[in-house]
Design a protein around this ligand. Structure first.
Ligand SMILES: C[S@@+](CC[C@H](N)C(=O)[O-])C[C@H]1O[C@@H](n2cnc3c(N)ncnc32)[C@H](O)[C@@H]1O
Length: 289
């Protein structure tokens, strides 16, 4: 099969949905994934031929893209903090703003010139992107990560192997945690980090259909009348399980920055710092026990 013909087919079927540039970009990603070849190869060799088996992969991907499936789920992987992560329908696709949360933590830690062996816990780990990036960049850290979804934890475990780091994974429900199980993993934590579900149902109309129809709602949504449900439980948990002067880092709903400052205050956190993301939206908060 001639690859150029498949690309033409992609443009015919998908340009109206995504625009020409995005379709070219998808095609490049698929070429790298299925053929280990850069898109420039198609320009250099217009008669680039692929096998029938490879052709089927491209046709299946086309049908997924027509159905609004995010490209990351189509190929089953994505990149986060310069590392590769497997993703599937049970895991949220890691977002760039969460990379900023990791940077926030790493900058704080590395500004303390002596790198201690920190105990870190990531709550609601999903693909494990936060926990694994921290473990990769903090060689001496002892990192644990928790999620209520067994399916997500299975992907996170595969991702820790893929990225050659050790993370202790815990299957638990943070809304109803068996604290004994956690404390047996590690006495007290220097850092607790979380990017919990925080999108209110009333914000659903701001969410694109490809997210709504494909990403796990368990990872995204909270009730309109209790939008800080996870944060309240995590603050309480952190006050119990952080060492003195330990730090809590949270990714937050951009509309709830002031409420989050109030919440951390109410739970007795000190040196509270609200941070915006690159788009100037309130996106992260830190408090010290
Ligand atoms: C917004 S996602 C974050 C995933 C990942 N940490 C990231 O930043 O991409 C929230 C995660 O919390 C998990 N979660 C939802 N409810 C939970 C609960 N009650 N206890 C523990 N984890 C929960 C979901 O399975 C999901 O993986």
């Amino acid at each position: 099969m001639v690859l150029k013909d498949i690309l033409n087919n992609y443009h015919t079927e998908l340009d109206a949905l995504y625009g020409k540039d995005e379709v070219n970009s998808f095609f490049g990603i698929l070429m790298e994934h299925y053929l280990e070849s850069k898109r420039i190869q198609l320009v250099l060799n217009p008669e680039y031929n692929i096998t029938a088996k490879q052709g089927i992969l491209f046709l299946n991907a086309l049908s997924d893209l027509k159905n609004h499936k995010p490209i990351q789920y189509v190929i089953g992987e994505t990149e986060f903090y310069g590392l590769s992560f497997k993703v599937n329908k049970h895991t949220l696709i890691p977002r760039p703003e969460t990379e900023e949360l990791v940077t926030f933590i790493l900058e704080d830690v590395t500004s303390n010139t002596v790198e201690k062996s920190l105990n870190i816990l990531d709550i609601g780990t999903g693909t494990g992107c936060i926990a694994i990036s921290l473990a990769k960049n903090l060689a001496k850290a002892n990192v644990s990560a928790l999620d209520v979804s067994k399916e997500a934890l299975s992907i996170a475990e595969q991702n820790s192997e893929l990225n050659k780091v050790v993370v202790g994974f815990i299957h638990d429900d943070i809304l109803n945690p068996s604290h004994a199980k956690l404390i047996s993993v590690s006495h007290k934590f220097d850092i607790i980090v979380s990017n919990p579900p925080y999108v209110r149902n009333l914000e659903k109309e701001e969410i694109k259909p490809n997210v709504l129809d494909n990403e796990p709602h368990l990872a995204l949504f909270v009730e309109d009348d209790n939008p800080l449900q996870f944060y309240k439980v995590i603050c309480e948990f952190a006050q119990l399980n952080l060492k003195d002067k330990g730090a809590l880092y949270l990714e937050i709903n951009e509309y709830l920055g002031e409420d989050m400052i109030q919440l951390l205050n109410d739970f007795g956190f000190k040196s509270i710092e609200l941070k915006t993301d690159i788009f100037g939206k309130d996106r992260m908060i830190k408090g010290i026990k």
